[in-house]
Design a protein around this ligand. Structure first.
Ligand code: NAP
Ligand code: MG
Length: 506
């Protein structure tokens, strides 16, 4: 095995301007100290406590955010219940709700520059990628808004003396708990569907990335969404998050995050049997057959494990390559990976920013050690970067076996395991040999094989000859320990409504 190739990216601090650049972002950061959106008003946390939102590129504090906890959640629930049961939202029809959501979506679109810079500053994602996420966010809000007036009940064939039909009632007050990897999109995927159905909602963003959720909240107020309909409580998981999960007057919780915390959410829901939908972790197989279009398969497989510094739940981190083409494939993948430009995510030429937090930096560092001690060989990368900020080298581990920890556990960093396979049966077995089932991809020109493998893989999303294709009109979610339920698509509202059967004697 050759020595690991170096990955470009300066080991010294970049000469480019660091920290906030946009004047509106600077203004927003100043006003974002210690404030929660509750009942349509900005208020400080009742405890007066704050925590720091950090820039992972510079390790500087961007803002001291309000540390909401149980008392603040209780207050938000009171407002949410009132808005739902007797206040403005209960009197709002589906077309009007759709108009509010569309207005909000338009404002998000108009504020793309500010939101993208803020997301990039707080999460570390390259600015161009942040803009793409915002475009998908806008499209997603429109998707949910369009459904507001199309969530039909059914008239049911009945005895001539009866008229039987179903109604789709909003479930009530919803809680939403989201992670730090794609904060704007994840927040929108919870807020918009809840509101489209006529529910009210309380959002808790991740402690690492609270800022864009607060910006989205400003835009909701500007869109005129009535008070109490949506609240945003920044704070910690144990505290604000667990208070939402346990709350006896919250009817439903939608969660995106780790499988470990997802299980806690499910346990906490037992008190009032609240409805729970979960989008959890993954360890997705990306499968390359020798007849694949390698000009597409190689660079796309690189993006599959390294985009967003590998912090994507559907990242293709188990890369199965048929054994007769494996070495050549790894050589080519290594060449491409060596061109990744690591640096300040606000610089347009940067293609990989830092990991989102110190916690994530330590976690990925730990897994690089685990991989080496298990006997895997870095074909490229393998180390953290010696510079300010939470930077890591994109890493390809060759010589991996499917029972190693680096092939089984979600690393959530730009680290891929290369796994050779013999034939179709072998790779379907190995691909499914995981506790997760979120994403999968197959690369082949053989249409029959593409269909067979796509059907055999136990994953919520399967890509054929592509990766990361996304459309809010397609369902998203996981098999097995990758979650419960589906977001987006055509049936998402199952999780935000209750079905009522009405029997009428004529
Ligand atoms: P996490 O630790 O599970 O946190 C997710 C959210 O849950 C955060 O807001 C967190 O608050 C909160 N939380 C933590 N403990 C809680 C508790 N006891 N009760 C209620 N809420 C609690 O996940 P993460 O580290 O932020 O994100 C990475 C993980 O998310 C990865 O495993 C990734 O695969 C998964 N993910 C899945 C998807 C998907 O769509 N399937 C999408 C993105 C990410 P704090 O911020 O205070 O920790
Ligand atoms: Mg966490």
């Amino acid at each position: 095995m050759e020595a690991a190739t170096e990955v470009r990216g300066s080991s010294k601090a970049s000469a480019s301007e660091e920290g906030p650049r946009n004047a509106n972002v600077k203004k927003f950061l100043k006003k974002s100290q210690n404030r929660l959106l509750i009942g349509g008003k900005w208020v400080p946390a009742k405890s007066g406590k704050t925590f720091d939102a950090v820039d992972p590129t510079t390790e500087d504090v961007l803002a001291s955010c309000a540390e909401g906890d149980k008392a603040d959640v209780d207050e938000a629930v009171k407002h949410a219940r009132k808005a739902f049961a007797e206040g403005a939202w209960s009197k709002t029809g589906p077309h009007e709700r759709a108009r509010y959501l569309r207005k909000w979506a338009d404002l998000v679109e108009q504020h793309t520059a500010e939101l993208a810079e803020l997301e990039s500053l707080n999460n570390g994602m390259p600015i161009a990628l942040a803009k793409q996420f915002i475009a998908v966010t806008v499209e997603s809000i429109h998707h949910f808004a369009g459904f507001a007036s199309k969530i039909y009940g059914e008239t049911v064939p009945s005895d001539p003396t009866m008229f039987n039909f179903t109604l789709r009632d909003p479930v009530g007050v919803c809680g939403a708990i989201v992670p730090w990897n794609a904060p704007i999109l994840m927040s929108a995927w919870k807020l918009a569907p809840a509101m489209a159905c006529g529910n009210t909602v309380i959002l808790k963003p991740a402690e690492q990335t609270p800022l864009t959720a607060l910006y989205l909240a400003d835009l909701m107020l500007e869109a005129g969404i009535p008070e109490g309909v949506a609240s945003v409580i920044t704070g910690y998981g144990p505290g604000a998050g667990s208070s939402i999960a346990e709350h006896m007057d919250i009817d439903k919780v939608a969660f995106t995050g780790s499988t470990e915390v997802g299980k806690k959410i499910l346990q906490a829901s037992l008190g009032n049997l609240k409805r729970v939908s979960l989008e959890l972790g993954g360890k997705s197989p990306n499968i390359v057959f020798p007849d694949a279009d390698m000009d597409m398969a190689v660079p796309t497989s690189m993006a599959a494990f390294s985009m967003l510094t590998g912090q994507i739940c559907v990242a293709g981190t188990r890369l199965f390559v048929q054994q007769n083409v494996k070495d050549e494939f790894v050589d080519n993948l290594t060449k491409f990976t060596s061109t990744i430009k690591v640096g300040n995510p606000l610089d347009p030429e940067t293609t990989m920013g830092p990991l989102a937090s110190k916690e994530q930096y330590d976690r990925v560092k730990g897994y690089l050690e685990v991989g080496k001690s298990e006997g895997a060989k870095p074909a490229v990368g393998g180390n953290m970067m010696d510079r300010k900020g939470f930077f890591v080298q994109p890493t390809i581990f060759d010589g991996v076996k499917n029972d190693m920890r680096i092939a089984r556990e979600e690393i959530f960093g730009p680290v891929v395991s290369i796994l050779p396979f013999k034939d179709e049966n072998d790779v379907v077995f190995q691909g499914n040999d995981t506790s997760y089932g979120l994403g999968a991809a197959v690369w082949t020109k053989d249409v029959g094989r593409a269909h067979r493998v796509a059907r055999s893989l136990k994953a919520g999303t399967v890509w054929v000859n592509t990766y990361y294709a996304f459309d809010p009109a397609m369902p998203f979610g996981g098999y097995k320990q990758s979650g419960i339920g589906r977001e987006c698509g055509a049936h998402w509202y199952e999780h935000y409504t209750e079905t009522k059967a009405v029997f009428m004697k004529l």
